[in-house]
Design a protein around this ligand. Sequence first.
Ligand SMILES: [Zn+2]
Length: 59
Amino acid sequence: MRIITYTCPACGTVVAANELEAERVMKCPGLSCERVLRFANIPDEPREYFLENKGEYQI
Ligand SMILES: [Zn+2]
């Protein structure tokens, strides 16, 4: 299983795709970073992989 993550383009904080998928839109968890991260910002290929294998990501 691949770990799908998204890196905040503003501060480099790495967010797990499953967190983003649950929230859809979330404020970057990075310290003093106001960037809003969206699940749709994850590039198509890893995002589709994540959606196809979503069951495996649920603990
Ligand atoms: Zn950030």
